[in-house]
Design a protein around this ligand. Sequence first.
Ligand code: NAG
Ligand code: NAG
Length: 463
Amino acid sequence: MKLYCKVVALALCLALLLLLYLFVGSDADEPPLKAAAGGSRPARASSSSRPGGDFAAAGRFRPVQAAEEREEEEEAAAAAAAAQAQVSKREPRLHRKTGRRGAARGKFANVRRPKDQKHSAAPLSSPQWMHLAVVACGDRLEETLVMLKSAVLFSYRKLKFHIFAEDSLKPEFERKLQEWPPSYTKKFEYNVYPIAFSVGNAQEWKKLFKPCAAQRLFLPTILKDVDSLLYVDTDVLFLRPIDDIWGFLRAFNSTQLAAMAPEHEIPKIGWYSRFARHPYYGVTGVNSGVMLMNLTRIRNAQFKNSMIPTGLAWEEMLYPLYQKYKNYITWGDQDLLNIIFYFNPECLYLFPCQWNYRPDHCMYGSNCKGAEEEGVSILHGNRGVYHDDKQPTFKALYEVIRDFPFEDNLFQSMYYPLQSKFLDTVHTLCGRIPQVFLKQIERTMKKVYESRVIVNVGANFRL
Ligand SMILES: *[C@@H]1O[C@H](CO)[C@@H](O)[C@H](O)[C@H]1NC(C)=O
Ligand SMILES: *[C@@H]1O[C@H](CO)[C@@H](O)[C@H](O)[C@H]1NC(C)=O
């Protein structure tokens, strides 16, 4: 009984300490908070730039867990993909011992990577880098920069940006990216490439769909040294670390070489199922705005097709395929991708709708189950919704990320403005489910706080 009381008392004390820390920490402790939240480098904040007691705590975690972590890192990558649901379960709890261990795992698995890189001076093609490609033409400069900002803001591992742009935009990109603060720029490297088509008639490809979009079909042949790549449209915003979608690569089975989300959740109102005059993948087709690719596999595969009985290599197939279907396709390269995966369904990994969340998922009522459960992971504001007033919820997210002062506090300068902007969107169907849009951002902020609390309390406790 006595022991029981002691345990309860101790637990209460601990809880109180945690609470105190949380509140005091979030008010009085601005600068470190900013470093952690604003740069949103929980990884860095908790590993390299932490002074004093924190350092001690981190040091203590390391040797004990190093071996275990390495295994877990592998595991985590594979598991991350299939089991985002479990990610939320594994998420650290504030008041449990298991929570602390969980946090140490989750956090430190991620923390380790950038540090390891310093020692091994990994080459650019190393799988430790995450590669992100975008094609920006016309007036998409600002949109692209906001997308890249969201990528750096939430991700843990280092990123390599491959930006394909018209020549006139190149100096602008370079100038803008150099204006970003060091806490951001040290997280990525980038290349700006000219628009180029490796096969067929360049003018014809350029006309396909919107200017330059067909470029993405040629990424496997242009980026020969890159193993895997996430391609996104310029109108995409990341609401959680890219590390998480990158994990799907490890979940591919032996025949899968690309991953996309369905074009629609409900066949009855899907575009392909109603209007397409060409073959398309699955029941509703796929949307190519967020496309994860194992380029190595794409380069090595032979694709079945409707033109010749034997398989064709990716590059050999594109132009004949385009010639054959060009009078039937409406959405350009996305249609071509749908045709390709219609004939090769075993090559595609289908990820759920929260990884490519579009107005279609809420404008007729919420129909993306995954997003209702765990929030939007990647937002895709297609049809120009960031720039008009048709979907104010999407526009609000775009503006808040665009206007977020780079090294500021996430709560004050992102979350609160977002909430107040959302109040003006409740007259729309998308605006009635703000939680769906906020959940992942909340989770990210929570992780930043918890990593500080846990590490610090851990240090005090050992003294
Ligand atoms: C891509 O596929 C190749 C060949 O199967 C494989 O060696 C490589 O590890 C894969 N990349 C990733 C990131 O899974
Ligand atoms: C990989 O998964 C796809 C999609 O579920 C399936 O069609 C294909 O047969 C699988 N490949 C292997 C080798 O199991």
